[in-house]
Design a protein around this ligand. Structure first.
Ligand code: GLA
Length: 394
């Protein structure tokens, strides 16, 4: 069992389930969203990332049905989707919208286990949608955990994460790395995940909530370009890697090259590709420094890596925007802030600040005022705690 869900949300979920589908009470599962402390855009380059599962995520009220009918609802989305199992092929369809994520997990689970009965499900989230906190990975992992429990298949957490990841890449068609689904599936209270995506291999590293808290600052800027911009970065990194393999040496991942090796390829690459690759190789070093700092409880050095990461994602990787730059700058003006950076893919959405415990309300007030003066918009602030990982909640 994971932590108790917010009672109101659970009541609304059960009420909607009864109204839509009636009958026996469903079982309820949870999977967390995530923030990534450092290691931006490294997962799909075979690098090391440092995410933490948060205490918010997606809840799924689920009941299996024997007739192969799949009925999906969400408290947060208007679109309701009803399909027959036989209609679900290898790819999502536009008309399925958000339901493509859980349907992709259902399809992968069915392929893997041969267990393809239908289901009735209602989802609800307390993590802001499409803001960079990985609501889609939480949706996928919640579905995977639910199917596994209801069918008694006892897949391990890595298998559930991979099922969720394949739904997003193969079925929905976003070329993301493995970080979000692993962070959600492997979340553990009081620990962040050091995920070496090249393996993948991972370990948990303690994070002290008494010393430092994570303030999420939502710019409310829609991430309109996120999908196309993200896929473009993935393609640019792949090209830079090809050039490095041809001109310097053959290593399996872009993140494996040193800054010196990258320098040797300068002539072979145009400026844009060089900058993208430079972000990747320098971010690897920042992640290593951040992990060492975390192990020493040195939150000032950890924060400095977040600041440097933000600068590199803004300049070399070009995935920031005015709103994210201003909100992170405003946070850094406070003495109680160790560091700040955009989180998720960028292009809008949320940033995070590492703040001395107890100082978040004061930081939020100051940052909110600066941001309002500049953009006429009030950002949203949220103090997130490290979550428990996925599981059944009721
Ligand atoms: C998105 C993707 C992740 C990762 C981050 C950037 O959240 O889904 O796989 O690439 O961007 O670090």
């Amino acid at each position: 069992m994971t932590a108790a869900p917010p009672a109101r949300l659970l009541a609304a979920l059960n009420e909607r389930f009864q109204r839509e589908f009636g009958g026996e009470r469903p079982r309820v599962f949870f999977a967390p969203g995530r923030i990534n402390l450092v290691g931006a855009h490294l997962d799909y380059n075979g690098g090391d990332v440092l995410p933490m599962a948060v205490d918010r995520g997606i809840y799924a009220a689920v009941r299996l049905r024997g007739d192969g009918r799949l009925r999906l609802r969400s408290l947060d989305q208007e679109l309701a989707v009803d399909v027959d199992a036989a209609q679900v092929g290898r790819r999502t369809r536009t008309e399925w919208g958000w339901a493509g994520y859980p349907l992709g997990v259902w399809h992968g689970f069915q392929q893997r286990t041969g267990l393809g009965v239908g289901l009735d499900v209602v989802f609800a989230g307390d993590v802001p949608m499409a803001s960079g906190l990985s609501s889609s990975a939480a949706l996928e992992v919640a579905t995977a955990v639910a199917l596994d429990a209801l069918h008694g298949t006892r897949l391990d957490r890595q298998q559930l994460a991979l099922l969720a990841h394949r739904a997003e890449t193969g079925f929905v068609g976003v070329r993301c790395g493995i970080m979000d689904q692993f962070a959600s599936a492997l979340g553990r209270a009081g620990q962040v995940l050091l995920l070496r995506c090249a393996g993948p291999r991972w370990e948990h590293v303690p994070f002290d909530p008494a010393a430092c808290e994570v303030l999420v600052m939502d710019t409310r800027k829609p991430r309109r370009l996120a999908k196309s911009g993200f896929n473009e970065r993935v393609a640019q990194c792949a090209t830079a890697h090809e050039l490095l393999r041809a001109h310097v040496r053959d290593l399996p991942h872009l993140a494996s090259y040193t800054p010196e090796e990258l320098e040797q390829s300068r002539e072979a690459m145009d400026e844009v590709l060089f900058h993208r690759a430079r972000h990747v190789v320098t971010e690897m070093a920042r992640t290593a420094l951040a992990v060492a700092a975390l192990r020493q409880h040195d939150y000032a050095t950890l924060g400095a890596q977040l600041d440097a990461s933000h600068r590199s994602t803004a300049t070399d990787f070009d995935v920031s925007c005015d709103e994210l730059d201003v909100i992170t700058d405003a946070a850094r003006e406070h003495d109680a802030v160790f560091g700040a950076r955009l989180t998720g893919a960028g292009f809008g959405g949320c940033a995070i600040a590492l703040v001395q415990s107890g100082a978040s309300a004061q930081v939020s007030a100051g940052v909110g005022q600066r941001f309002r003066e500049r953009f006429g918009v009030t950002p949203a602030f949220d103090l997130l705690r490290i979550g428990n990982g996925p599981g059944e909640v009721g």
